[in-house]
Ligand binder design. Structure first.
Ligand code: GDD
Ligand code: MN
Length: 382
């Protein structure tokens, strides 16, 4: 059986030779190919090419000059470019022991599943190699929360955050995955309905180099989780709510500093509009940026919309109060909700619309309905 081993690497030069050697030395019962998908800024690609020359098994390298989607993006690029349909994904720092690949393949060979997950939390698996107690706690805690949020999809998976698994690529639509951040397995499991088995494994400590996990990746992960569970609209709403609170706080501070009402309101509104844009770029529409127009064009559209909304909403609210005889609180609530929905639609359909060349050829009406469904109503996928 042909197996492509997809290894995402970011500055892992001192681990490459050891990884290739251990994969080659333990590849019993299957034909391995190693495919490095590299985003390094150091000499890792050179080292990989060097090692490939004398390696006893095929070693390929894809170096991305424009790394889209980080670790997850590298994995989906690798899955798409793999020679074999049966792919194993593993880290390049030897925390995932290459000797366990044969066990993943053996389990897959039974023929009853599309994916085999190497789990730290199944049977006698363990995470001895996690850097320290706080990382064990974070890992355990986030695994619990994640499982609670996808009780059906993840019922057979004790370790949805592992980066070590075998996947039969024919069972998923690789082009359709929206890679982001550090947790590609969760992305696949939440979106696709797969038959999954697990094997326990022991998570080793890093062979050399440093971990690339950061605090921001943790924040990113929470956004990914929320978006997968409740759709993009929920993260968008959360950022909007944060913006509203920030807006109030800025007005409060400025008026205490003696700034007049109108300038204080304008400054607060503009700061909030800019901050919201930055957060949306990062946490809501990150997977659509690559195909959308440039960042200045996106910002111009977004800022224009928000300013127009600001100017229009107040008189409309006033009109509703006078013509429908409803209270100011109810009228404001109604316009805020309506503005939120229109704002979300405007951003996902206009600000982050794919450039013309990237757009599919479908009628505008079809695209509108499909996009609406995909972006805002994507149901909580259990
Ligand atoms: N191509 C590419 N691009 N590779 C990356 C990037 C990137 O932006 N960021 C990290 N990597 C590679 C690293 O070089 C390494 O091979 C692998 O992804 C994992 O990154 P680490 O820096 O070792 O992170 P970690 O050990 O904290 O996290 C890993 O451990 C988790 C288990 O706790 C991740 O691999 C998770 O997937 C895994 O489950
Ligand atoms: Mn690691």
């Amino acid at each position: 059986m042909q197996v492509t081993i997809v290894v995402p690497t970011f500055n892992e030069a001192p681990n490459v030779a050891e990884l290739v050697q251990r994969v080659a030395g333990s590849a019993h019962g299957y034909d391995p190919e190693i495919l490095f998908v590299d985003d390094s800024t150091d000499d890792t690609p050179r080292v990989i090419e060097q090692v490939a020359k004398s390696a006893p098994i095929p070693v390929r390298l894809i170096h991305r000059d424009h790394p889209v989607g980080g670790l997850s993006g590298a994995v989906t690029t690798g899955l798409a470019a793999a020679t074999a349909d049966v792919c194993v994904v593993m880290d390049g720092d030897l925390q995932h022991p290459p000797e366990d690949i044969a066990r993943l393949v053996t389990r897959f060979r039974r023929g009853d599943v599309d994916m085999v997950v190497a789990s730290r939390y199944a049977e006698d698996g363990n995470s001895a190699g996690l850097a320290d107690g706080s990382r064990v706690l974070v890992s355990r805690g986030s695994t619990l929360v994640t499982k609670a949020m996808f009780p059906i999809r993840l019922k057979d998976v004790s370790d949805p955050m592992t980066g070590f698994f075998l996947l039969d690529r024919r069972a998923v639509d690789v082009a359709d995955l929206k890679p982001r951040g550090f947790k590609i397995l969760l992305e696949i499991l939440a979106r696709e309905s797969l038959r999954v088995a697990e094997i326990p494994f022991s998570f080793a400590s890093r062979h050399a180099g440093e971990s690339k996990a950061t605090f921001m990746q943790g924040v990113n992960f929470l956004a990914q989780l929320t978006a997968l569970r409740f759709g993009k609209m929920s993260v968008f709403a959360l950022i909007g709510a944060l913006g509203a609170v920030a807006n109030l706080a800025i007005v409060w501070v400025l008026s205490h500093m003696g700034v007049h009402d109108l300038p204080a309101m304008i400054v607060a509104a503009e700061i909030t509009i800019i901050a919201n844009f930055i957060l949306q770029e990062r946490f809501v529409f990150q997977d659509m940026r690559a195909e959308a127009s440039g960042v200045f064009s996106r910002f111009a559209k977004s800022a224009a919309f928000n300013n127009a909304e600001l100017i229009i909403r107040i008189p409309i609210t006033a009109l509703m109060i006078s013509s429908w005889h409803i209270s100011v609180v109810i009228a404001t609530a109604m316009t805020l909700v309506a503005a939120f929905i229109v704002r979300f639609l405007f951003h996902s359909l206009v600000v982050y619309a794919p450039r013309r060349s990237a757009a599919r050829k479908a009628s505008p009406a079809t695209r509108f309905v499909e996009e609406l469904d995909r972006q805002s109503l994507s149901p909580g996928e259990l």
